[in-house]
Every structure is written in structure tokens, then in C-alpha cells.
Design a protein around this ligand. Sequence first.
Ligand code: TEU
Ligand code: CA
Length: 564
Amino acid sequence: MPKKKWWKESVVYQIYPRSFKDSNGDGTGDLKGIISKLDYLQYLGVNVLWLCPVYRSPNVDNGYDISDYRGIMDEMGTMADWEELRDGLHSRGMKLVMDLVVNHTSDQHCWFLESRSGKDNPYRNYYIWRPGKDGKEPNNWSSEFGGSAWEYDALTGEYYLHVFSKNQPDLNWENKKVRYEIYDMMKWWLDQGVDGFRMDVINMIAKDPKLPDAPPKDSSPYQWGGQFFINSPRLQYYLREMHTKVLSKYDLMTVGETRWVDADKARIFVDEYRHELNMLFQFELLELDYGPSGKWEKKAWELADFKRIISDWQKKLADTGWNSLFLSNHDHPRMVSRFGNDSTYRVESAKMLATLLHTLQGTPYIYQGEEIGMTNVRFPSIEHYRDIETLNMYEEGLKNAKDLKELTEVIYEKGRDNARTPMQWDNSPHAGFTDGTPWIPVNPNYREINVKQARQDQNSILHYYRKLIELRRQYPLLVYGDYHLLVPEHTQIYSYLRHWNEETLLVILNFFQESASFTLPEKVIFKTGRLLIANYPDTKAEIVARDLKKISLRPYEARVYLLN
Ligand code: TEU
Ligand code: CA
């Protein structure tokens, strides 16, 4: 039975600060903007805020390239603003989780400026430098954002490693000084009242010190060389050291972003007796629609895989460990466009997906705008796109004479900017996000889809989220109850039971726009079911077992019953 913890009982709201709310008309969201919306977050009912990076940064990767870990970037505001945000949250009973980006820094971080200045510089070894091999890169690893993972630096005639852009050099975790600097920095933030960390690409910090070449036609997909820097042997040592030196001394929550981790591997990170992390952001589920060559290749996802992966994580982390529940964040297309239907059944399907996320065992995460069913965007031309990953892919595609129409289609479907268009507050110009010109255009559908409208409409997605969050607070069963998959072979319906003490919950979700029929398995015995929530307002408040012998579910219909 899971141990009780505050972060298990929480619902987290993720803010991408550039795109949330601009307070001074410069077109970029900022801390004061967030402060002005704290009452909204309280109204929604969430109790943890995860803030994507607001540290000093040249913004090559929107703050994931940090040049000063202890300062706030000018565009976001000041340290005083940050303190006001922290206090504003705490006085409302909410917690603040900060992004921890310690696989790499910006190339403008003073450590890197020192490091690149000479081979004898005391900071040289803070990063990973190597001479070239026969006038070429030290190995064949490629960068997540395109091209080689190595950049030549003429000043000292060596290459440095960057798994992300060349402006994001990787830190050398082999160097104890680097690790201790990072632990000090973490303690510094925790002492300022931070309640947790979301750890960016945390399972990439350990590199195989031999830096071997990846075999050609690498069988592990997506990233050449990844097998030598993702989940490397030293990783667990670093995490446990971090736990001993920092995490163990505070009551905080930690969630690690980890690619290439399945449910079995996940236990290594989150088994509470191993003292590493509390939760992970998994990629198994979100890579269901990746093709063999990676995210830019389209692939249809299937409900069978979807159920299999979630069930595997639910089961394997049930007794020790914990799940994070999410289908979207700032790196992925909008959930309703990806797994639901963003036209005719936008409202129904957004509510259905929300029902899933809030009735599984784990901690739900809401990405800004998800609660009003914000959708993907289709900008008319590449000029409107901002994301370095998208722009690099586009440029490379053009170089390789890829079809322009195909490139545009795949950006529409997969690009990260889908999630980064400004939050839609109301139907005034630029969706009430800014009085100036937004750094990235708003989605033109803001006139219909916005917070103001959603607050007024009792049947809105927003009100549905409020109810789901409230239910989680009311029923520990929703948080801690165990999970049993029903009708695993059904190709259209996802259904499961949750048990806790004497209580049983039944969840039935139709994942498609065709209606579907559902027959309750014989083994589920009960007399009556009381409806806790449903996404069709006319659903009967009570059902008897016999009526569940065969029911027909409407498009994207979701129902949750408490059984007696
Ligand atoms: O993302 C890491 C990561 O795996 C992404 O590069 C992901 O594969 C990609 O976005 C899918 O399109 C983290 C941050 O969340 C991301 O915003 C940063 O760009 C990246 O790390 C580098 O810090
Ligand atoms: Ca601003």
C-alpha cells in the first residue's frame, strides 16, 4: 500500500512562463504576469506550480540554456518578483517546483566562458573537451537538435560535447567540483523556499567516459550515441549522492525527465527504498506516435499500446514508487489534438482524456491551457515558428530537398510551438496575453477558446477539470487506490477499476468518435453505481449492475462510478 505524501495528493500545474501572461506589454510572459493569475490557479484548484526555467539565459532554447543559476532573467522580472510569486503561492497553500537544468548550461555561463578560454583553466574540466580524431569530431554522436553533438572551438583547437544545441555545452559530472557546485545551488534555492525540482533530462548527465562511437545503423532509435549517455552506469551513483547531500535534507518533491526508461527501469529511479527520485516523466507513452526515425516521422498510435503502457507503469510502480500522469507539456503537441479530436468533439474528448489523467494512480500534471482544451496551431508560414528544434529540422529538411508541404505538415503535427502559443485568457486582441506584440502569435481560435468563456460556461472543460481536482481531494481512493485493467482486448474502450479500503471505482472511457459498446465483465460484482463525473451532462446519476451488462457509449464518452 502506498505511503501517504503531500506530493502524491497534489495536482501540479505547469507554466511555460514566456507564454503564460505578459504584465508589461513587451510581448513576453513574466513573473508579474504569473502573480496576477494566482487567483485563477486557486480557482482551478491545483496546489503545486511547476515553473519552467526563469533563470538568466540567452534564450536559445527558451531558458533551457542557463547562464546564471542564481539569477532571474531580465525579461521575467527580478528576484523580488520571484519572492513575491513564492509568497503568493505559499500564502494560498500552494507549492513551487522549479526546473533544474543541470545536464548542460548556456555557452554564456561564466563556467563555460572560463572553460573555453584555455586548456589549463581551472574550469576546463567542468565541460567535456576532446581533441578531434583525424581532423574530425571525437565521435559520431549526434545532437538532439540536429547535426553533430560536438562543436570545434578554434581558440584551443578542441571540441566540446553538446547533446542539445551548440549553445548548450554538457557539464562534466565526472568532475566532483561540478557536482558540488550544483548541490550547493540546489540547496540555495531550497533555502529560499522552493518545494521541489523537475529535473531536466536527468538521466543524460552521466556519460560513458570512453565516449565510444555509436555503431552504424544503431538499433536503438532516435539518437545516435544515446546508449552511451542515457542511463549510463554512473547515473545512479550521482542521483544517490544528490539525495544524500541535498534531497534527503528537505521535504520536497522531485520528478525526473527520463527518456528510454520503461516501467521496469523506472523502479530503479523511484523505488522509495533506493533514495533517488519521487517520480519520472516517461516517454514510452508519448513516443507511441514516433516513427522508426523519430518524432518527425508520423505514426498512428493504437489504443492497445496505450493501455498496455499505462497499465504496465500502474502495476509496476504500485507498491513502491509513484507515477506522474500527463499527456502534454511544453515539448509536445496539444493533448486534445494528438489523442483526442480538436474539431467536432474537442470538448468531449478533452474531458475524456482529463478523466483518464485524474483517475489513475499517480500525480496529475496539467499543462497550461490544457484545462480549456487549447489545440495545436497551423501558422501559414515558417516565419511564425520560434522553436530551435523545429527551425533546425526545417533547415536540414530543405538542405536535403525534402518536400515543403510534407515538412509543414509534420511541423503542424509534431512541432513544440504547438504547446507554446500564448495562453488564451479572453477574446480581446492577442487573447488577453499581452498589450504588445506577442513573441509568438496566438492561436487564432482564441476567440472561441479562452478562460473567460470557459468560466461562464458551466459545461466547459475548465469546470470539468475543477470537478476532477475536487474529487481527488474528496476521495483518497482516486489518489491511492490500486488499479485493475478491464476489457484489455477492447479496441475502442479503456476501462479500469480502482480499489481502496472498501471502496471501488469504475472508469469507462470511449477513446474514439464512433460509439462503442461495453459489457461489464462478470467478475465485477456490485449492486448500484453512483456517477461521480461524466462528460455528457444527461448521464443518469445512478446505475444498477444489470444496466451495465451492455451499454453503448457515445463519441469520447467518459463515465466514472463509485460502486456499491
Ligand atoms: O527536453 C528533453 C527532451 O528529451 C526533448 O528534447 C524532447 O526529446 C523533445 O523536445 C521532443 O521534441 C528537455 C526540455 O523539456 C526541453 O524543452 C529542452 O529543450 C531540452 O530538455 C534541453 O534542455
Ligand atoms: Ca513581459
